[in-house]
Design a protein around this ligand. Structure first.
Ligand code: F6R
Ligand code: ZN
Length: 181
């Protein structure tokens, strides 16, 4: 393949990355939240979108993308992504904040847990073996750029079974962590 360039514009939120686009609506991912919300069930809004570049999933290639995670809450729990381990577990990832404010929840299968902030002017490093989930704690879209080894693959099943160790709620206008039982 040849070198290429893609473009994005945060002013009108036009992301022209020319690869696969993933759209996740409330009903697609409602099971990740602690509680159900009838209004959201009816409206079925887009919770997040992922705009990938057209990079093949080969070892040596680097996949890159932009995620837009919209603001909102499900009974107080901030909108978030499904979260995953990489199938090839020894692969890390870099997230760079472009807009909004969020947390990246990270955890290992050994039970380590960290929540690291993401926002413009911050770059987050997710080491190999750490699952990751993004949470939008602001009232505007959380937008971030990500790059990772293109052969990494995504294991969603493990997180679907175990969840993350903590959930993030808005409580009295503050960000509050709740143990996931
Ligand atoms: C890729 C990666 C991110 C997420 C995206 C959506 O390895 O970590 O690009 O894929 O932010 O989150 P998930 O994939 O958890 O639905
Ligand atoms: Zn990832």
């Amino acid at each position: 393949m040849k070198p290429f360039v893609v473009s994005y514009n945060l002013e009108d939120m036009n992301i022209n990355f020319q690869g696969n686009k993933v759209v996740r609506r409330y009903r697609d991912i409602k099971n990740i939240f602690l509680n159900k919300d009838e209004e959201l069930e009816k409206e079925n809004p887009v919770i997040y979108e992922v705009f990938e570049a057209p990079v093949p999933e080969n070892e040596g290639d680097l996949m890159f993308l932009i995620t837009i995670l919209y603001p909102g809450k499900v009974k107080g729990e901030f909108f978030m992504t499904k979260g995953h381990y990489h199938t090839v577990e020894n692969t890390g990832e870099v997230y760079m904040g472009l807009r909004g404010k969020g947390l990246i929840l990270c955890q290992t299968k050994e039970g380590d847990f960290e929540a690291v902030p993401i926002e413009p002017n911050k770059v987050v490093y997710i080491p190999p073996f750490w699952a990751h989930r993004s949470v939008n704690i602001s009232d505007e879209p959380l937008v971030f750029f990500a790059v990772y080894p293109a052969h990494a693959g995504h294991d969603y099943g493990t997180i679907e079974k175990t969840g993350f160790l903590k959930r993030v709620f808005s409580k009295d206008g503050e960000v509050s962590f709740v143990e996931n039982k």
